[in-house]
Design a protein around this ligand. Structure first.
Ligand SMILES: Cc1cc2nc3c(=O)[nH]c(=O)nc-3n(C[C@H](O)[C@H](O)[C@H](O)COP(=O)(O)OP(=O)(O)OC[C@H]3O[C@@H](n4cnc5c(N)ncnc54)[C@H](O)[C@@H]3O)c2cc1C
Length: 676
């Protein structure tokens, strides 16, 4: 035995599972109740009523296996971009019309984005740019005339386009953008101009190679109403501007540079754009919220510039809903790979004739993967509820619902993408060394997905918008205004923002700990308490330091508040989903997942102890219950990821395939070039 093996052997014998010769299974101290087995197909149908679309679009890739490359990161950016174009064209040729879906059946549109995320995230993002952003801006910010002119060509990808908002110097602070659109009243044209390098449009998807046109966000300037020589600056508005006169040929006054290789998503052609006095007709202004007449007079149906700006950005919520769905697709893929692999990967055992233990039997592995699985389910229910609200908002144009969807889409996008990014690293670690092989995809998924936390609203900035809206609702609640649907729980909870009653704070019985009424009210209590205290802190600091400084003094508290709110909303969506499920076996697993989601959040947040909402014994009981639920769910964990219904030809990671459950290493050996 070499010295290295010797040291290793010494280390191994200290492993409690190895030493526990009497009862090696389960590997945790307690035996767990077993959840009833359920039919994974039934669960899939329950979770995913649109599975027919899944079969339809995944069939395209079964018929064209050449579109499914194993190691996308080995392609040059040019090869990868070409592959993405071919995938998109194959989808369109199969009869999909993404922009039509976005306009008339958003549920299916968002689902399509989620489905494409495991084909190739570059494809999801390319489609997001083309349809949610470029198409969405024309649809939602333009008039009927704009829609008539561009809709079909965008849908067919005959008019690839961009959403050119971000500049070199400003991303999150959209109001500070510097690109100009000045009206030349004599020629009745806008002059689009980049005043300095800080205003170069940067990171613009579809710009480097394909984009023929773009929705450009620029400061609208018209001759001053007073008739003086200077211009009135009405702030940032959206304009349709041609970028190329034909593929490969830039329009006059337009310069574009490729943003080059990125950390991921190299199948998307991001570019930087300079405009030098580019002239477009006055009708190029997307004029749903503001228009300018032939004489150069500006008017807007909105009561204030701030409201107009908010309405303009608010119309772009569809992109965030799409990113939430795409991020969930990746989360489900990562968990499918890690959980299936962990269920068949064996390391160590009690010795003798007993087999080695599957790594998923170790409580440490369970604690890393199963609360994450519970979260994936909770966020799926929350996303479905958001999509329903989005559909309803589009139908009714109700103002309160619009505010609700705006805030929920911002919060869920931030929470989901942050959670997925963190969980992909956990999944990689849980697969050990083989998780690091490119062919097993976790690395590429992690790199490609990472930027979901930043684009279409940086997560830290988005969470602040959620906190801001919560505070507004809080203030309104004192004025007796009705609360929007997602916040309505706060009215009851605000009265309950004081420490819990001592009897409840000490109840450690399993029945109580797994009672949805307790779990929902615990998360509600936390949000209400945070809201109450941060509102008081803000009031105090604002008097002394002014609003901007006061906000930033409370910033961490505000971010916690927004996350707490999203967790409350997700839990309530999930319990509603548990109740709707008719199959008792599926329902038992869903209920266990919901309980685990809630209890793991309570366990992780010291506020519940600081607040005496939980006594010390109850906090320990919560921890034990989290571990116990992980043990219970272990038996159905593989079925729960099978129910995500990701076909092997789409998942492609050899260690995570359904077929690898019968032959753990066969696919992997074949993928790495070994004959078996
Ligand atoms: C691959 C890729 C594709 C993209 N595609 C497009 C596209 O097609 N069209 C487009 O217009 N843009 C696009 N973008 C740009 C993207 O939308 C911006 O990067 C994003 O909005 C963030 O802006 P920023 O980069 O200026 O970051 P910044 O706002 O400068 O953020 C930097 C850091 O500061 C923090 N921060 C900023 N403000 C605050 C605050 N108030 N409080 C606390 N912290 C704060 C952020 O959390 C972050 O950590 C893309 C970017 C990438 C990388």
């Amino acid at each position: 035995m070499s010295r290295r093996q010797d040291v290793l052997a010494g280390h191994l014998s200290a492993n409690p599972a190895q030493n526990d010769a009497v009862a090696p299974f389960p590997t945790s101290a307690r035996a767990h109740r077993q959840l009833p087995r359920f039919d994974a197909t039934l669960m899939e149908r329950y979770m995913d009523p649109s599975h027919l679309l899944k079969e339809e679009v995944y069939a395209v890739f079964r018929e064209h296996p050449e579109l499914l490359v194993k190691e996308l990161e080995a392609l040059s950016k040019e090869e990868h971009r070409e592959l993405v174009r071919r995938c998109l064209r194959a989808l369109l040729a199969s009869g999909q019309s993404p922009l039509t879906l976005l306009a008339s059946d958003p549920r299916r549109y968002f689902y399509l984005g989620e489905l494409m995320s495991l084909v190739d995230l570059s494809l999801t993002v390319k489609m997001g740019v083309q349809y949610s952003l470029w198409g969405g801006s024309v649809l939602n910010l333009g008039s009927e005339e704009h829609r008539r002119r561009y809709f079909d060509a965008i849908d067919r990808f005959d008019l690839p386009g961009c959403f050119a908002m971000t500049e070199l110097r400003h991303g999150s602070n959209v109001a500070a953008l510097q690109t100009e659109a000045v009206l030349d009243v004599e020629t009745d044209e806008w002059v689009i101009h980049t005043p300095d390098d800080g205003a170069l449009k940067w990171w613009i998807g579809n710009a480097a190679e394909d984009g023929l046109a773009a929705t450009v966000f620029a400061r609208l300037k018209v001759p001053a109403a007073s008739g003086r020589r200077e211009l009135d600056d009405h702030g940032v508005h959206a304009f349709v501007v041609p970028l190329r006169t034909a593929p490969g040929r830039l329009a006059p006054g337009v310069d574009i540079q490729d943003c080059g290789y990125k950390v991921g998503l190299n199948g998307v052609d991001n570019g930087a754009i300079r405009f030098t006095h580019v002239r477009v007709p006055r009708g190029a202004l997307l004029d749903r919220f503001a228009s300018v007449d032939r004489a150069g007079r500006y008017s807007s149906p909105m009561p204030s510039a701030a409201k107009r700006f908010a309405a303009t950005l608010g119309e772009l919520t569809g992109g965030r809903v799409g990113l939430t769905a795409g991020s969930l697709g990746v989360l489900k893929g990562g968990l499918t790979i890690a959980i299936r692999y962990s269920a068949q990967r064996q390391q160590f055992g009690p010795g003798g004739a007993a087999p080695e233990v599957a790594v998923l039997d170790y409580p440490s592995q369970q604690l890393r993967l199963l609360p994450a699985l519970a979260t994936a389910y909770a966020l799926t229910f929350a996303k479905d509820a958001l999509v329903d609200k989005y559909v309803e908002m589009k139908r009714t144009r109700d103002e309160a619902l619009t505010a609700d969807v705006h805030s929920l889409s911002a919060g869920l996008k931030a929470y989901t993408t942050g959670f997925t990014a963190a969980t992909l690293s956990v999944c990689r670690e849980c697969c050990g060394g083989h998780g690091y092989a490119a062919v097993n995809r976790l690395g590429a998924l992690r790199s490609d997905h990472d930027i979901f936390q930043t684009f279409e609203g940086d997560n830290t900035v988005l969470l602040q918008q959620v906190a801001g809206l919560l505070l507004k609702e809080y203030r309104d609640s004192f004025r007796g205004s009705p609360l929007a649907a997602s916040w309505s729980y706060l009215r009851a909870a605000l009265g309950d923002a004081l420490p819990a009653n001592p009897l409840l704070a000490h109840d450690t019985t399993p029945r109580h700990l797994r009672d949805p009424r307790f779990l929902i009210s615990a998360l509600r209590h936390r949000t209400a308490r945070m809201l109450h205290t941060v509102a008081a802190r803000l009031r105090k600091h604002t008097r002394r330091h002014g609003a901007f400084k006061a906000w930033n003094r409370c910033l961490l508290h505000l971010l916690d508040l927004a996350r707490a709110h999203i967790e409350s909303v997700a839990l309530e969506s999930m319990y509603a989903g548990v109740q709707r499920c008719n199959d008792p076996d599926c329902r038992s697993s869903l209920k266990a997942l919901a309980d685990l989601f809630a209890l793991s959040r309570i366990h992780a947040d010291i506020l519940f102890r600081n607040d005496d909402y939980l006594s010390p014994e109850k906090a320990k009981a919560v921890k034990r219950m989290v571990e116990s639920l992980c043990g219970e769910l272990r038996g159905v964990a593989v079925a729960l990821v099978d129910a995500f219904g990701i076909p092997d030809h789409i998942l492609r990671a050899p260690i995570g395939l359904a077929s690898a459950q019968h032959d753990p290493y066969g696919e992997y050996l074949a993928a790495t070039g070994w004959e078996t």
